[in-house]
Design a protein around this ligand. Sequence first.
Ligand SMILES: [Mn+2]
Length: 405
Amino acid sequence: MKFAHMADIHLGATSDPKLRELEINTLRKAFEICIKENVDFILISGDLFHVNIPDLSLVKEVVRIMKKVIENKIKIYVVYGSHDYSPNAVSIVDILEEVGIITRVGRGKIEGGLFRPEVIVDERSNAVITGISARKLSLEREVFKILDREYLSSLKGYKIFMFHTAIDELKRKGEHYEGISSTDLPSGFDYYAGGHMHRRIEYGKIFYPGPLFTGWGVDLENTVKGERRGFYIVENGKPKFIDLTPFEGIYKEINVTGRSAFEVNNLLKEFIEKTDVKNKVIVLKVYGELIRGKTSDIDFSYIKSEIMKRGAIYLHLNRSQLRSKEFEIIISKDSNSEKVEEEIFMEVLKGKKFNEKKLLSLELPKALFNQLKVQKKEGEVSSSYEKRIKEAAIEVLGIKDLIEG
Ligand SMILES: [Mn+2]
């Protein structure tokens, strides 16, 4: 018996055209390998697509790729992932099942208070396949609690359990999955085909291939830091990892603390000049607190265009922990929207010097804000609405003479 196990493909997660092309090419390559290796069947442990109703041109391409597999008498078994599942809408996974491209695993019924998942016997290999689908917010964890374990342990043959749930004891620091314990899985299976944890994990008979591709955010970051991406081919019970890592990358971190925006711009330029970015995905993390200048003074659009000009595949910028001393607004927890406005104004005004005393008080910005909030009257045309708002604002600012003069 020989089968493939993939998970967390997240098709359509990226909107970048170059990454999209790599994404579909990786899927095509993976399925071509399955045909060449003549596997009996393919398991996909959830998150085939990134959203439950993806872009149709992508779906068309995926159908084309999967049809070739089907024509080679290889079945594709899929459990819902947290991304392909939707409680109140039809998912693309359901459509693929309806037309016979995939076979869905994870249905079941409750009998005597226990959940008995449907069991499928693969015709070609006689493998016994069952599992539990994911729900949003890891709600499937409740299903594990009422699993009909006795029934599952009575099954005979080579037994595979598919699931899309994290295992608590396998979590690394900083991973925030809501998981189950490995002992919550039904016992006695030959292979536990996991999904949801976005890296390759082997733990006894539990296997997580991690994302086949690596579409966005932290996955991209981990890939360029050295995580390998791909899937398993399991032959006579022995899994082999097929490495399909779609690109090489460079990870660069710049701590701006104690530096000015001007200095950071120079550091970034230096990095671009010294680094061969050609055909690589670059992940650039800029973090810390600028001592001078605003975060917007760092010219990221220039950096991006320079990196792309030099032939990089893609630049992923992580600046979520970038701050500036010059403009930091701390909003108290118990603020209402009016108080938040006041706090922001006060913070912006801090340290500013104006000859006009009026500009240093809160009254003026508040009055101006109130004017700008005025809604369009029913039937009022845009041009007269704009004129009315402009006149009112000029009135509040007391600059009628300046403008007309
Ligand atoms: Mn996933």
